[in-house]
Each structure stands twice: as structure tokens, then as C-alpha cells.
Design a protein around this ligand. Structure first.
Ligand SMILES: NC(=O)c1ccc[n+]([C@@H]2O[C@H](COP(=O)([O-])OP(=O)(O)OC[C@H]3O[C@@H](n4cnc5c(N)ncnc54)[C@H](O)[C@@H]3O)[C@@H](O)[C@H]2O)c1
Length: 320
């Protein structure tokens, strides 16, 4: 079996590629390396360095490699940037997906698996949030993901392929040092960078309606997220999954202050922090119900918060 992975040189994509190859699935990576790195792609895996919005090129890649499915991760993901440049987000995230869907339809690719996000929920009306709960994204990034799910559903109807969308919650941790998230915006790398530099971490918003006033998120280990992709890809291939949206989260929330405590424990010194105003488009609390993905794919997260934080450290904790 062979799958095309767009964004496979990125943080999550590289873990997905590694997990697929461990499961005996061949991969081809399409990535423009705008935020990804070629060094994350294992030797022997073809890397097509190209822009996924180039529909003719994606069609040609699908024609040449004849994949059994496409996992589409390539996208922009910075909430604050999406607030400042909404049209750039609509163009990049939706043109990329449109090129993938058109190629899948014309190449008779049997399956498409789409990276969606918990950002589609906005501020959920209940916690944990379920897939059928209202999707009311509060930022342009989340809206591109919700529109993406609609595009996928519509394109699959006429395009003759099976599909699923995985709504990841807050992905963190790493399988190996060279696969770590080096993005500037996610909380765990931000806290670790502050700890390494000996500067206070910034806490955006201390007046949320949450137990300690800081925002609560569902942090899920990237290896668990990669495992969800392998299970979904195999289930799509076996025709056991089609037309499903699935949450990928642990089902447990942690506040920013709890994450600061977890990082402090991992680096064995208290991490100071400074309060700053809320960022636009940041909801108070977002925690997944993982019941549906457990029922459909037998998936549940195996890694806890300490695993997530320890695996993100530049130096393994035992060597500290
Ligand atoms: N990190 C998270 O917590 C999280 C949560 C929910 C959803 N997601 C989604 O998961 C996916 C991957 O996120 P990530 O954290 O690995 O980010 P990332 O930035 O590390 O990976 C994105 C990859 O896509 C590539 N890319 C971007 N635009 C491209 C284009 N036009 N053409 C070709 N390649 C392009 C980048 O070079 C990079 O390798 C994204 O779709 C993101 O929206 C991430």
C-alpha cells in the first residue's frame, strides 16, 4: 500500500510518515518546505518539493505514484496570523485542499484523510465536546478547517472516494529530537524555549472563566496522533471507515498554569511567567470527547502529560 502525505516534512506529517512506514505502508511526501524540513523525511521516502496549491502538479504526482490514499496535512496553522491575514489563510488552506480533492477525483484515488482541527468548535457549549456539537469557529484558521470539511464531503460525493477528517486537539511531544515541533506559536515549545532562555513565559489571558483563569486545552501526544492516522488510513483502505469526522484528543484538559507546572517539573526548576491580555480568537476551554474514535478505530491516547513534556525537551530529562 502507498499513501501520498502532503505536509509530510512538517511536525505532525513527519510523525505520520514514520508511523505509516512502521506499519509497512509506503509513503510519498509532497511539501514546499515553507515550515517543514527535508531532514524530517526518512531516507528512501520520495520528497516532491512543491506547492500543494498547484493543482496540475498535484494531479501529476497522483498520476505518477498512484497512491491508495492521500493524507492532507499541508496548511498554515497560526491562529494569530489568520486573524491578521484572513484571506491568505482562506487562499492557502482551501486552494491546497481543492487541488488535492481534484487530483483524488481525477486519479481515482480511493481515500482522502484530512487534517482538521479542534479550532472548528470555537468555544464549545459543553465539555468534553463531541463531533456532532455545533461548530462555531472563532478565528479564520478554524473557519478554513470547517469549510475544508464541507469541501471534502461535497467533493467525495461526486469524486468517488472515501474520506475522513481528524479534528486534532493540541498536538505536542515528539518521537525523536529531529522530529520536534519548532514552530513559534504552540504552547509547549514556547514554554520550553522560555525555560531554556531563562525568561518568563507569557500567559495570554488570566481572566478566562476556568478554574485558574487561564485557557484550558486537550494536549495529545504526536505519536498518538500519528497512530490515529495509521488506523484511519487502514480503515479507509479496508472500507471500514467513510464519511466520518473524528476528534483526536485525550479527553482531559490542562490549563496554561498546569502546563507551566508540568514544564517546571520536567526541567526541575520553577518557570516564571508574566500575564498578558487574551489573544483574539482564543477560546476559554476546549477538551475532546474521544468516544467516537475509540468506537470506530479502537484508538485511545496512550501518552500522558509528563510523556508529552519530557519528549519535547531538547535534552532528555534523565540526562539533565
Ligand atoms: N499542531 C497542532 O496542534 C495542530 C492542531 C490541529 C490541526 N493541525 C493541522 O495539522 C496540520 C499539520 O500541522 P503541523 O503542526 O505539523 O504544522 P507544520 O507547519 O509543521 O506542517 C505543515 C507542513 O505543510 C507544509 N506546507 C504548508 N503549506 C504548503 C503548501 N502550500 N504546499 C506544500 N506544503 C506546504 C509545510 O512546509 C510543513 O511541512 C495542519 O493542517 C494543521 O492545521 C495542527
Amino acid at each position: 500500500m502507498r499513501w501520498l502525505v502532503t505536509g509530510g516534512a512538517g511536525y505532525i506529517g513527519a510523525h505520520v510518515v514514520a508511523a505509516l512506514s512502521e506499519a509497512g505502508v509506503e509513503t510519498v511526501v509532497l511539501d514546499d518546505l515553507s515550515t517543514g524540513r527535508a531532514a524530517r523525511v526518512p531516507l528512501g521516502v520520495p520528497l516532491v518539493r512543491a506547492d500543494v496549491r498547484d493543482a496540475a502538479l498535484v494531479r501529476e504526482v497522483v498520476r505518477r505514484h498512484r497512491p491508495d490514499g492521500v493524507i492532507h496535512l499541508a496548511a498554515r496553522k497560526d491562529v494569530a496570523e489568520s486573524h491578521a491575514h484572513p484571506l491568505r489563510y482562506y487562499r492557502d488552506n482551501l486552494d491546497g485542499l481543492r487541488a488535492v480533492l481534484a487530483a483524488a477525483a481525477s486519479g481515482r484515488t480511493p481515500s482522502v484523510l484530512f487534517s482538521s482541527s479542534a479550532a472548528v468548535y470555537g468555544t464549545p457549549r459543553r465539555s468534553p465536546v463531541r463531533e456532532d456539537d455545533p461548530a462555531e469557529p472563532e478565528n479564520a484558521y478554524g473557519r478554513t478547517k470547517l469549510v475544508g470539511e464541507w469541501m471534502l464531503r461535497d467533493a467525495a460525493t461526486g469524486g468517488g472516494f472515501r474520506w475522513a477528517a481528524l479534528r486534532y486537539f493540541n498536538v505536542a511531544g515528539a518521537a525523536a529530537a529531529h522530529l520536534r515541533d519548532e514552530g513559534g506559536t504552540n504552547l509547549v515549545p514556547r514554554l520550553l524555549r522560555a525555560a531554556a532562555l531563562g525568561i518568563p513565559a507569557t500567559v495570554y489571558g488570566t481572566d478566562y472563566p476556568t478554574p485558574d483563569g487561564t485557557a484550558v486545552r486537550d494536549y495529545v501526544h504526536v505519536c498518538d496522533v500519528a497512530d490515529a492516522h495509521v488506523r484511519a488510513a487502514l480503515a479507509l483502505h479496508e472500507r471500514e471507515l467513510d464519511g466520518e469526522v473524528l476528534n483526536v484528543g485525550r479527553g482531559e484538559g490542562a490549563s496554561v498554569l498546569q502546563m507551566i507546572a508540568a514544564v517546571s517539573a520536567a526541567v526541575r526548576r520553577p518557570l516564571p511567567y508574566a500575564a498578558a491580555p487574551r489573544r483574539p480568537g482564543d477560546p476559554a476551554a476546549v477538551v475532546a470527547s474521544p468516544a467516537r474514535i475509540l468506537a470506530r478505530l479502537g484508538w485511545r491516547a496512550r501518552h500522558d502529560l509528563p510523556d508529552i513534556v519530557h519528549s519535547s525537551l531538547a535534552e532528555p530529562a534523565q540526562a539533565a
